[in-house]
Design a binder for this molecule. Structure first.
Ligand code: 0X9
Ligand code: ZN
Length: 311
């Protein structure tokens, strides 16, 4: 008798390779066509510098009153596993019946690829490309999307050099891609959690990133993050490092996480740095990695339901 491989059902998502941006768009739109807008609704949040549609995907919005979680992926072009992890999350909730509590308990607003120009450039020309693609001066191209947000913009860890990989941009939200995230946070101003997916290194980070100080609500941030930590540990023994972004990683001002927390007032804000051995984990590892990330995301969302869901 043939031995069957036991693998998580991942619906229509091909986890054996990285999708290009057109495929990512088509995949999300196909989900809406298959499952309907009360499960997956796709709209265009705005256009990137090079004119690509930046999608906004609303997941599990059945019209009932539920807390909102905002998720983004792909602020940094080369972090390919981030958009893949967002897709796996959506696939698990939309295409399987394994996580009904997550879908019943929360509504999700997802920007599945914040920087499609950079992502495309990274896929096609320069694996290590990080920034956006708008020319910025000194003959250089691109702003670091995660130094461009308007909370303590221009502080430590953000470069004034347009040629640097951590260039902060001309002014806060000078990049249309970060402006679109700002607008999305403004529309969904009652969101309870903001989760920004990056890679790599297995970190679960919370504010502040611009400074070593600790917000008064740090126990809440830490508790939600630890739910993610414990879930990944239970899943496969993976150990994430959890803590304030500046403390754990380095000081860097202008991040989306600090803006979501300090600027938009979202009470829980987390930057999730995926697992993997580098920015380009081989495609053969995608499935194992996204499954690990999913366990952490799921647990953190569960904590949000416990904190803010209907009692
Ligand atoms: O440097 C970053 O933007 C993030 N790390 S990455 O390797 N994905 O580039 C960490 C951001 C942590 N948050 C803040 N510093 N606000
Ligand atoms: Zn990143």
């Amino acid at each position: 008798m043939a031995r069957r491989l036991k693998r998580a059902f991942s619906g229509t998502l091909d986890l054996s390779r990285y999708y290009n941006y057109t495929e990512i768009e088509e995949w999300y739109r196909s989900l809406e066509a298959t499952y309907g807008p009360s499960v997956v609704k796709v709209t265009v949040a705005g256009k990137s510098y090079e004119g690509r549609d930046i999608l906004k995907v609303v997941l599990c919005d059945d019209g009932t009153d539920k807390p909102t979680v905002i998720i983004d992926a792909g602020i940094h072009a080369r972090e390919w596993i981030a958009p893949a992890s967002a897709m796996y999350f959506v696939s698990q909730l939309a295409e399987t019946t394994n996580h009904t509590a997550l879908c019943n308990g929360l509504k999700y607003v997802i920007i599945p690829s914040v920087n499609p120009d950079g992502y495309t450039y990274s896929l096609q020309f320069d694996r290590n490309w990080r920034k956006t693609r708008k020319p910025v001066g000194s003959g250089c191209i691109g702003t670091d999307g995660n130094r461009n947000y308007g909370y303590e913009w221009g502080g430590p860890g953000a470069s004034t050099n347009p040629c640097s990989d951590t260039y902060r941009g001309e002014h806060a939200f000078s990049e249309i891609e970060s402006e679109i995230v700002r607008q999305t946070l403004a529309i969904h101003n009652d969101a309870k959690m903001y989760l920004s997916i990056h890679s790599y290194g297995r970190y679960i980070l919370y504010p502040w990133g611009w400074d070593y100080s600790t917000p008064a609500t740090q126990p809440d941030l830490h508790r939600v993050s630890m739910a993610g930590y414990n879930a990944a540990l239970a899943h496969n023994g993976a150990r994430y490092e959890v803590g304030g972004a500046a403390d754990v990683l380095y000081v860097a001002a202008g991040g989306s996480d600090d803006y979501a927390f300090g600027g938009a007032g979202i009470p829980i804000s987390v930057t999730f740095e995926c697992a993997g051995s580098g920015f380009g984990p081989p495609a053969t590892q995608i499935q194992v990695l996204v499954e690990e990330h999913f366990e952490a995301f799921k647990a953190m969302c569960g904590e949000i339901i416990a904190m803010y869901g209907k009692k």
